[in-house]
Design a protein around this ligand. Structure first.
Ligand code: ADP
Ligand code: MG
Length: 706
C-alpha cells in the first residue's frame, strides 16, 4: 500500500477484505473504496437498550437480547460436518437451548463458557420447544461499549457467504472508522460543506455525521447525522440543477417580447368569452416575466385536463405576434392539431392573425402557400404535428414554440425546432400529467414550472365509482340511460406491450359483447386500437366526435387530449391493471361539457393491495397532484416518466418521497447562494463549487432531460 489508509484507499486493502471480497463488494453494492464503504448506511437500527428474560420469549421474527451465561455445550456429529448445541441460562436460571449448524468447531473454541455474556437473536420453535439458532454472542464489556442502536446493513447472499452479512459489514465499518481516526485524528475525511451552512442548521461535520450514522450515541445523534447527509445530497443536486437552469435561461439570450400589443389587447377585451381563472392569469404573468427582458424561457406548464392550458398557449402566441415574432404550436396527433386549429380560428374571429395548419395529410399543393408564408413571415401562427419539424419548414422569425403534451416529443425533436430560429425560441411545454413537486425539482429541475391549479368555474366534479364484473349488467343499464339522454360513452381496455395479443383479444371480445348488448340500429359503436391504420383511427374518432356513434370502444390511444364535450361516461375495463396517472388522464376525457359526468372503474373481485389503493384513490379524489403523489409513493420515482434512465435520482441517502421538506429547504438555500454568486466563485463557496463539479463529473450523461 503506497500511503497510509484513507478514504480513497481501495477497499481490498482494508484488513479482512482482500481481493475476492473486494470484487463482491464492488459488484453487489458498488463499494470500491473505503469511503464508499462508509457511505453504505444502515437501513435501520435494532434497539439494544432492552434485555429480555427467557420466560417471556416467544418464537417470532423479532430479535431479542438476553443477559446470562452459557453453561455447557456439545458437538453433535452429523452426516456432513457437525452441529453445535449449547445451553444458555438467564439471570433467573431459565434455560434456552442454542444451536449452530455451521462452523461448529470454530464457534466452540470461542464460546465464553461460564462467563456472563449477552446473546442476541431470534427465538424459534423447534419440535414444540424454543431455541435460538446462530445467536450473536457478546461479552458484557462488548455489549456495554456497543451502541444502543445497533445498525443493520443491506447485503447480498454472496457477501453473506464471505462473512459480510449485516453484522460482518458493521464490524468492517467499525474497524475502518477506528483505524482512520487513529491515523488521521478527526481529519480523516475532508469536510464538504462550508462552516456557515453547517452552523446555520446546527449540523455536524461530515466526519461526525458518518461516525454517528454507523455508531450512534443515541437516536438524536443519529437523526442529526442523517439530516446532514441528506441535506448535503440534496444541496449539491440543487446547486447543479439550478445553476444549469440559470445558464440555460438567465444567461442565454431569447427573443425579447418587450410589449403587450394590439392583438393581445383586442383578443383579451373583445374575444375571450369568459373570465380567465386566477391561475391562468398568474401563469400569463410568469410567462411575461420570462420573455420581456431578452432572457430565454424554458417553461413547463402543468395543469389538469380541462384547466385551460390552450388559452394560455394562444395568449402567449399573441404576445409573440405583437412583438413581430412567429409562434408554433405542436400537438402530438393530427386530430389534436386540427382541434386546436379549428378552435383558434373560431376564437380569433376577425383579428388579423394568420393561422395555418400543417400536418402529414396536408397535400403538397396546399403546403406551398403555407411554407411560403412561413418563410416570408406572413403566417403568424403555425399549428401542426411532427410535420413542422421537416427541413422544408423554414420560419422567418420564430420566437415561441408551444409543445402540447410533452412526453411525446423527444429532446432530439426539440433540438430540431431550436435550429429553426436565429436565437433559440422560447419554449413552453404543456402537460396534463401532474408531476409531483419533488420530481419537478429534481428530474425536471432545469425547467421553470408553472401550475394551473384551478379549474374554470362551473365544472361539476366527475362521479367516480368502482364496480365488479358481476355488476356489469347494471353498468350497461346505466350506459343506456345516459345514451337515452343524448350523451356518449367511452369504454377503454388496457393494452400492455407484454400481453398485447391477449389484450387485443380482450378488446375484441368486449367489443363483440357490447355490440350484442347495444345492437343497431338503435346504437352505433366506434372502435379504435393500435393495429388500425392512422387514417382509419382518425376517421373513427371523427365519427365519435361528431356524434354519429354513441359508444367509443378503445385502448388507451384516446389518452391524449381529444375533446368530445358531449361524452359523459368513461368506463375503464380491468381498471386494476391501469396506473393511477393513466386512469386520471382517461377520466379527464369526460366532464368537459355541462352534463354531470361519470367514471366507472371495472375490475374483478380479487384485488391486490396496491390495486385497491389505486382504485380507492381514484374514487376519493380528482386532484391530479394528489393522485400524482400517491402514484409516486406506490411506484417510487424510478418508474415515473422514464426517470430511470436519466440517473438523476440515484440518491444515496435521501428519499424523494419521505424527505420532501428537506428537498425544498435545500432548493431554497441553493437558489439563494447562486443568486448571490452564480458561478460559485467566492472564497466561502470553494467547497460548494468542488462538490458541484464532483457531482457533474459523476454523471457524464448529464443533459437536458425534458
Ligand atoms: P386543457 O388544459 O386540458 O388543454 P383546454 O384548454 O382544452 O384544457 O380547456 C378546456 C375547456 O375549458 C375549453 O373548452 C376552454 O374553452 C374552456 N376554458 C378555458 N379557460 C376557461 C375559463 N377561464 N373559463 C371558462 N372556460 C374556460
Ligand atoms: Mg389540452
Amino acid at each position: 500500500m503506497p500511503e497510509p489508509l484513507n478514504v480513497s484507499t481501495p477497499i481490498e486493502f482494508l484488513k479482512g477484505i482482500g481481493p475476492k471480497r473486494a470484487e463482491a463488494l464492488a459488484e453487489d453494492l458498488g463499494i470500491r473504496t473505503c469511503g464508499d464503504l462508509l457511505f453504505h448506511l444502515p437501513f435501520r437500527y435494532e434497539d439494544r437498550t432492552r434485555f429480555h428474560q427467557v420466560a417471556e420469549c416467544v418464537p417470532g421474527p423479532v430479535q431479542v437480547q438476553l443477559r446470562g451465561t452459557i453453561r455447557k455445550f456439545k458437538e453433535v456429529k452429523q452426516k456432513r460436518g457437525s452441529r453445535l448445541e449449547a445451553e444458555f441460562a438467564d439471570e433467573e436460571g431459565d434455560i434456552l437451548p442454542l444451536v449452530w449448524f455451521k462452523g461448529a468447531q470454530w464457534i466452540a473454541r470461542n464460546l465464553p463458557v461460564g462467563q456472563p455474556c449477552v446473546i442476541w437473536g431470534r427465538v424459534s420453535d423447534y419440535k414444540g420447544a424454543r431455541n435460538m439458532a446462530h445467536p450473536e454472542i457478546l461479552t458484557l464489556r462488548e455489549a456495554r461499549s456497543a451502541s444502543a442502536l445497533h445498525p443493520v446493513y443491506g447485503s447480498s447472499e454472496r457477501l453473506g457467504r464471505f462473512g459480510l452479512h449485516s453484522n460482518g459489514l458493521g464490524q468492517a465499518i467499525a474497524r475502518l472508522l477506528d483505524q482512520l481516526a487513529k491515523l488521521h485524528g478527526n481529519q480523516w475525511i475532508e469536510e464538504t460543506l462550508p462552516e456557515a451552512i453547517l452552523s446555520m442548521r446546527g449540523m455536524p461535520s461530515l466526519a461526525t455525521a458518518l461516525e454517528q450514522v454507523h455508531r450512534p450515541a443515541d437516536a438524536n445523534a443519529e437523526r442529526l447525522a442523517r439530516f446532514r447527509l441528506k441535506f448535503e445530497e440534496f444541496l449539491f443536486l440543487q446547486l447543479l440543477l439550478v445553476q444549469h437552469r440559470n445558464r440555460q435561461t438567465v444567461h442565454q439570450p431569447g427573443a425579447r417580447f418587450a410589449q403587450v400589443g394590439d392583438m393581445f389587447k383586442r383578443f383579451y377585451t373583445e374575444r375571450i368569452p369568459f373570465e380567465l381563472t386566477g391561475a391562468q392569469k398568474r401563469v400569463i404573468r410568469e410567462i411575461r416575466e420570462d420573455t420581456r427582458n431578452g432572457q430565454h424561457m424554458n417553461r413547463l406548464l402543468q395543469g389538469d385536463v380541462g384547466s385551460g392550458k390552450t388559452m394560455v398557449a394562444l395568449l402567449t402566441a399573441l404576445i409573440a405576434v405583437d412583438n413581430g415574432y412567429q409562434a408554433c404550436i405542436m400537438a402530438p396527433t393530427e386530430i389534436l392539431a386540427q382541434q386546436h386549429h379549428a378552435s383558434f380560428l373560431e376564437m380569433l374571429g376577425d383579428l388579423p392573425v394568420r393561422v395555418e395548419l400543417l400536418t402529414g395529410s396536408v397535400k403538397a399543393a396546399d403546403r406551398k402557400p403555407i411554407l411560403a408564408g412561413l418563410a416570408e413571415g406572413t403566417v403568424h401562427l403555425l399549428i401542426g404535428t411532427h410535420a413542422v419539424l421537416e427541413p422544408a419548414v423554414a420560419f422567418h422569425n420564430l420566437g415561441l414554440v408551444v409543445i402540447d403534451e410533452q412526453h411525446r416529443f423527444g429532446v432530439a425533436q426539440r433540438a430540431r425546432l431550436w435550429a429553426k430560429a436565429k436565437i433559440p425560441p422560447h419554449i413552453l411545454v404543456m402537460t396534463a400529467t401532474p408531476i409531483p413537486r419533488t420530481l419537478s425539482m429534481t428530474v425536471y429541475g432545469d425547467l421553470d414550472v408553472s401550475v394551473i391549479d384551478e379549474l374554470p368555474p362551473g365544472r361539476k366534479p366527475i362521479r367516480t365509482v368502482h364496480r365488479t364484473d358481476a355488476q356489469r349488467l347494471g353498468v350497461f343499464g346505466f350506459m343506456r340511460d345516459q345514451i337515452a339522454e343524448g350523451r356518449q360513452v367511452y369504454v377503454v381496455y388496457p393494452l400492455i406491450e407484454e400481453s398485447a395479443q391477449l389484450d387485443h383479444k380482450d378488446l375484441m371480445d368486449g367489443y363483440e359483447s357490447l355490440t350484442r348488448h347495444f345492437p343497431p340500429p338503435e346504437y352505433r359503436l366506434s372502435i379504435v386500437h393500435g393495429r388500425m391504420k392512422a387514417e382509419d383511427k382518425d376517421a373513427e374518432m371523427q365519427r365519435f366526435a361528431s356524434g354519429v356513434t354513441q359508444i367509443m370502444v378503445a385502448t388507451t390511444v384516446i389518452e391524449v387530449g381529444v375533446n368530445v364535450p358531449n361524452a359523459s361516461v368513461m368506463v375503464i375495463e380491468s381498471a386494476e391493471r391501469f396506473g393511477l396517472s393513466q386512469m386520471h388522464q382517461l377520466r379527464g376525457r369526460v366532464g368537459r361539457g355541462a352534463a354531470q359526468s361519470f367514471c366507472i372503474l371495472m375490475s374483478g373481485k380479487e384485488l391486490g393491495k396496491e390495486a385497491r389503493r389505486r382504485l380507492e384513490t381514484m374514487c376519493r379524489t380528482q386532484d391530479g397532484f394528489e393522485i400524482a403523489e400517491v402514484d409516486l409513493e406506490l411506484r417510487g420515482p424510478g418508474d415515473l416518466m422514464g426517470t430511470k434512465q436519466s440517473g438523476v435520482l440515484d440518491l444515496k441517502v435521501a428519499d424523494l418521497v419521505k424527505d420532501r421538506v428537506l428537498l425544498e429547504d435545500a432548493r431554497d438555500v441553493a437558489r439563494r447562494i447562486l443568486k448571490e454568486d452564480p458561478e460559485l466563485e467566492r472564497n466561502r463557496h470553494v467547497l460548494l463549487k468542488a462538490g458541484v463539479e464532483r457531482l457533474r463529473a459523476s454523471r457524464p450523461d448529464w443533459s437536458r432531460i425534458s
